[in-house]
Write a new protein. Structure first.
Length: 278
């Protein structure tokens, strides 16, 4: 934290930190496979974009963040999981006008173990429901304002399913912590980038390799009927990679099993990750 290393019991943040008081902060989550960071450069680029959009102090160097994360991974003997990076506007008197603040940003980085390659959900698929998207309208900035997503996820679990898809004006935006894709009439479709969705790093990788492998992919609006009629559905995220969906709002997707195209995309994406890290 702020250039110093602490145990999780020792680490603490001021109650006057604007990240705590206002969620005035941005973050990134990067997968760790075999003790190595996956797509860190892309995550850092998005972190810088988020900082710029919130007019947060931005004099950070990618290599500094990278070396700190490498040390944390080594010290914590992390083989598979994630690295979490958060930057807040720092400590100041509570005031809605952040222009008065002259404090330095607070930087927090930690690691966490998590099953990624052997995630059981990747092999059996998940069930999801659709819920209204009640978030603020700059969802393309990766801020820590995550209460709406947390409520959506918790609501899904209480309903006996795994996750929620967020819907606005009849169109799918994204999952509670993921981007959405459908496969319909041999086309792979995902919502186009806008202020309504976060430009996911895994989403971007999927689009690139689909184009490289001559798989037809389109970025366009997806309405709820498209979702219900799709032959296959999957979600993508930094620590979920490619997650198949087998049920939406109580209706089976396709035959209710993971489809061949999604399995192919899973396989190609994992091969791509392993090649990058080799």
């Amino acid at each position: 934290m702020n250039g110093k290393f602490f145990s999780k019991k020792e680490a603490s943040i001021s109650v006057f930190d604007r990240g705590f008081l206002f969620s005035d902060s941005v973050y990134e989550v990067t997968a760790v496979i075999g003790g190595s960071l996956v797509d860190w450069q892309e995550h850092f680029a998005r972190l810088i974009r988020s900082l710029d959009h919130l007019d947060l102090v931005n004099n950070f160097q990618e290599e500094d963040f990278y070396q700190i994360q490498k040390k944390l991974i080594k010290e914590n003997k992390l083989k598979e999981g994630l690295c979490y990076v958060q930057v807040t506007r720092g400590v100041s008197e509570r005031d809605f006008n952040f222009a008065k603040s002259s404090s330095l940003p607070t930087v927090v980085i930690f690691t966490q173990e998590k099953l990624i390659l052997s995630n059981p959900a990747c092999k059996v698929g998940i069930k999801i429901i659709t819920v209204p998207d009640n978030r603020w309208r700059r969802r393309d900035i990766k801020t820590t304002q995550l209460l709406a997503q947390s409520l959506a996820k918790t609501h899904a679990v209480k309903k006996g399913v795994d996750d929620s898809l967020l819907v606005q004006d009849g169109f799918i935006n994204e999952g509670s912590s993921s981007n959405a894709f459908i496969i319909k009439d041999e086309r792979i479709i995902t919502p186009c980038l806008s202020n309504d969705i976060l430009g996911g790093i895994t989403r971007s990788s999927i689009i690139k390799f689909c184009k490289k492998n001559n798989l037809e992919i389109e970025e366009q609006k997806i309405n709820v009927n498209d979702l219900i009629d799709a032959q296959e559905v999957f979600l993508t995220s930094a620590t979920g990679f490619v997650l198949p969906v087998i049920e939406v709002d109580g209706r089976r997707v396709g035959n209710g099993l993971i489809g061949d195209r999604v399995r192919e995309i899973q396989k190609i994406y994992l091969e791509q990750i392993k090649f990058k890290l080799s």
